[in-house]
Design a binder for this molecule. Structure first.
Ligand code: SF4
Length: 226
């Protein structure tokens, strides 16, 4: 006799599929960058600051040069800001040099040079927001926390019809929603897969649903009353 599937069982199945397909997408198609191959929280911090409003392909060479010269919070805290600005200049937004030096000095003076491993202390550093803090916690410390940027917000709004009218960093409900969707294992691969799906397929102007592994999980458009 066929068993009845409850609504919550169906939702759990859907969630599991969503997680597994996202992880598989990352393993098969994910973008490989040097900051994705390290667990060093300082390197992840540097990468996240260099990636702000900057394409990853552009940031890669600068990231390598900055890390080769200043590989720890200790060395960065003593950096010559003018020299660091010159290194960052090809990316624009050279004020990030001062941000990096200031954060490093704070890490040295308040945390003895060790990057904190909790959200509260990370976000107490001037210039570190929720996304950067969670990137350090997830990619550096393997913690179960979500990464939500604008491309992930697009996946949630376009594919799962999550209603969000604010930028990702301001939308607390979106972060709560993302947290509930997290798998128990392979958090890093899942988070990076979601970022890559959003950036590579679920684009702002046009979505490549026909090539997307999430296509069959896409929820139907909600019906709005008149
Ligand atoms: S199926 Fe389409 S809407 Fe859903 S994540 Fe993929 S590209 Fe975006």
């Amino acid at each position: 006799m066929e068993q009845m599937i409850t609504k919550s069982q169906a939702e759990n199945r859907l969630k599991r599929e969503f997680q597994e397909r996202t992880i598989r997408f990352y393993l098969e198609n994910g973008r490989r960058y040097p900051w994705r191959r390290t667990k060093d929280p300082f390197r992840i911090l540097v990468a996240e600051i260099l990636l702000r409003r900057t394409g990853a392909w552009k940031a890669e060479a600068v990231y390598r040069r900055v890390i080769a010269r200043y590989g720890s919070a200790e060395t960065m805290s003593r950096a010559d800001v003018n020299e660091l600005e010159e290194m960052i200049r090809p990316l624009g937004l050279i004020s990030r040099a001062k941000v990096l030096v200031n954060i490093s000095q704070e890490i040295v003076s308040r945390f003895n040079g060790r990057i904190p491993n909790d959200l509260t202390r990370l976000m107490s550093l001037k210039g570190v927001g929720r996304y950067t803090a969670n990137a350090i916690l997830c990619l550096g410390y393997g913690q179960k926390v979500p990464l939500v940027d604008e491309s992930v917000r697009r996946v949630f709004t376009k594919c799962l019809h999550f209603e969000s009218n604010k930028p990702a960093y301001l939308d607390n409900d979106l972060w709560v929603f993302a947290t509930k969707l997290l798998p128990d294992k392979r958090i890093k691969e899942y988070n990076l897969g979601l970022l890559d799906l959003g950036a590579m397929l679920c684009k702002h102007s046009i979505s490549s649903c026909s090539n997307c592994p999430l296509a069959s999980l896409r929820k139907p458009e909600p019906k709005h009353g008149k």
